[in-house]
Design a binder for this molecule. Structure first.
Ligand code: IMP
Ligand code: MG
Length: 178
């Protein structure tokens, strides 16, 4: 098939184009800028998946801000392993600050729940969640998602920073498994 691509050992097809992503990410950046104006928000980017999204989002933010990167992994291949680990790499002081978590995708929401619990304990003035994608049909946690670019069905996706077993992060568009 023509618009089908092979990533590792599975075929994927285009789901959200680079153009659609760019428009929506720009919109989100503008909204966050308006709502966070004068608060010097700290964007905490969850590696590895959110690095592409964060690079575009940050360049559409028009108010002074800070950015830092953390790591928090719970995924192997196509299914959640349910393994939740500690936040790694958090060197910034969170207390009293306006923090925006930047994540690639919220699936079960368990990763984000564990992360927000750990961050809330550090007493930020304000803690918000910004995710590129959310799969509401799979949500198993009580989460307030403040900013979400796209809500999608429960299918496995890849591209624009998201991977399938380490492959596919370099793809410009977002693809869904066939
Ligand atoms: P959760 O804890 O189930 O919400 O899992 C969140 C993490 O799983 C995300 O940060 C991603 O790294 C990964 N993930 C969930 N769904 C997908 C997907 O469709 N493609 C690639 N990674 C995914
Ligand atoms: Mg992730």
């Amino acid at each position: 098939m023509e618009d089908s691509i092979l990533v590792k050992d599975r075929y994927f097809k285009t789901f959200i184009s680079a153009e659609q992503i760019a428009l929506r990410v720009q919109e989100l950046g503008e909204q966050i800028s308006m709502e966070m104006k004068g608060r010097e928000p700290l964007f905490l980017v969850v590696l590895n998946g959110a690095f592409v999204f964060a690079a575009d989002l940050l360049r559409s933010v028009t108010t002074p801000c800070h950015v830092s990167f953390i790591r928090f992994s719970s995924y192997d291949g196509m299914e959640s392993t349910g393994r939740l680990t500690q936040v790694l790499g958090l060197t910034e002081k969170i207390e009293g600050r306006s923090v925006v978590i930047v994540e690639d995708i919220i699936d079960s929401g368990l990763t984000m729940q564990a992360l927000t619990e750990q961050l809330q304990a550090m007493r930020p003035a304000d803690l918000r969640i910004c995710t590129l994608l959310a799969k509401p049909g799979n949500l198993q946690a009580e989460l307030d998602i403040d900013y979400c670019a796209f809500r999608i069905p429960n299918d496995f996706i890849v591209g624009y920073g998201l991977d399938y077993d380490g492959y596919g992060r370099e793809l410009k568009d977002i693809y869904v498994v066939e």
